[in-house]
Design a protein around this ligand. Structure first.
Ligand SMILES: [Zn+2]
Length: 393
């Protein structure tokens, strides 16, 4: 089959030939009329699939009756407590709400995601088991990478380290972490636990780090030193990293050099009120920066819908991006950069690569980010899976 009269982000009009779920040729748009098997895109823009580098499939309440936010204050610990209350009251399993969210993100063109899954000494591996079911349900359509995430800390939730280790044995892909100082109050103790398991199991790490200021920078430096020492360069992410946006440019730049040298990526979702890492500075220093939704309609946030074009817009809005090249950078954060971090290869619109596409009415990448147009078509391995924002499989 062919996608004919497609516009690609480089500005060219192409016919895209597809066989066996892969792109077999990219040809100049021809005058040859489409056959019955072909799809005529009439000049619409064809994008690579969107990638959500940070989502919480087990936390979402999507599809349930509205649950008001119950956090008593604005600290991470307030939200952890609020989530316990919400979780105790829920009767619908996380595999159901998680699947609701996967269907929603597929319809918006996200085919790949990294989901953190809560693990602590009360939950055990229950949420992991629920999200493993979701991964199985969407196997072949969505890539769901799972991070074993110690949402309640490790040292303050005794037994969690063993559970994290068991989670990897049962199918989680990476280890998470959470504010070693702000939550556990023990930088070395927290990092000893997760780097120890990561090294033994040969998996990567993706830590949530909300701790700001110099304390956050000290923690990033410690993570970098351990990344180097344990042979994990290229396999570690720091999510949020608000600290990089709350210290001097000089200190942020020196820290960026260390991140680049140790291959540590930074995830930002365009935080509402917290300090935003200096995205352009990081990229100029060679750091991979990528995007994710983070919380979507859960005990942490009432907002979010999993639309990564909208997320790119929010990141750009928070970063004060205006020029087309800056909007293209925001787009890169939710596509190619996130794909690199997730280890997706091959990825992108190229001969031999997967025939995965998102089709929108826009002239350029910048317009797609600014306007967040409805997804006309989402294609996985040459097969349409969503049209006009609704799933068709
Ligand atoms: Zn998160």
């Amino acid at each position: 089959m062919r996608l004919v009269n497609a516009s690609l982000p480089d500005g060219g009009g192409r016919d895209i030939e597809i066989a066996g779920g892969r792109i077999t040729a990219l040809l100049p748009a021809s005058a040859k009329p489409p056959s019955a098997d072909d799809i005529d895109l009439r000049g619409a823009l064809v994008l690579p699939p969107l990638v959500d580098g940070h989502i919480h499939l087990d936390k979402t309440l999507l599809g349930l009756p509205w649950v008001p936010n119950q956090a008593a204050g604005n600290q991470v610990t307030d939200r952890i407590e609020a989530e316990r209350r919400v979780r105790a009251a829920r009767t619908v399993p996380e595999s159901v709400t998680g699947a609701n969210l996967v269907r929603q993100v597929l319809a918006s063109g996200t085919l790949h995601m990294r989901s953190h899954v809560d693990i602590d000494n009360q939950l055990g591996l229950r949420n992991l088991h629920e999200i493993l079911k979701v991964r199985e349900q969407f196997r072949g359509t969505a890539t769901i990478q799972i991070v074993a995430f110690p949402q309640s800390g490790i040292l303050r939730s005794p037994g969690t380290a063993d559970l994290l280790d068991a989670a990897i044995a049962e199918g989680a892909d990476l280890l998470g972490g959470l504010d070693p100082v702000g939550i556990d109050g023990d930088l070395d103790g927290h990092l000893d636990a997760i780097f120890g398991i990561a090294e033994r199991r040969g998996v990567g790490l993706d830590l949530h780090l909300h701790d700001a200021g110099e304390s956050g920078i000290v923690q990033i430096r410690a993570i970098a030193e351990r990344t180097r020492a344990t042979g994990l360069p290229g396999k570690v992410t720091v999510s949020h990293a608000f600290a990089l946006g709350s210290v001097s440019t000089d200190l942020a730049a020196r820290t960026a050099d260390l991140l680049a040298e140790t291959g540590i990526a930074i995830m930002s979702h365009g935080p509402g009120s917290a300090a935003m890492p200096p995205l352009k500075l990081l990229r100029e220093h060679g750091v991979t920066v990528f995007g994710g939704s983070d919380n979507i309609r859960d005990a942490w946030s009432p907002f979010g819908n999993g639309d990564m074009l909208e997320r790119a817009m929010m990141i750009g809005y928070r970063a004060n991006f205006r020029h087309d090249a800056e909007l293209a950078f925001a787009f890169d954060m939710v596509t190619a950069a996130a794909a690199r971090v997730l280890g997706l290869a091959p990825y992108g619109i190229a001969v031999g690569g997967p025939a995965d596409f998102v089709v929108v009415e826009a002239a350029t990448l910048a317009e797609a980010v600014a306007a967040r147009p409805r997804r006309k078509l989402v294609i996985k391995a040459g097969r349409p899976i969503a049209r006009d924002g609704a799933l068709v499989f």
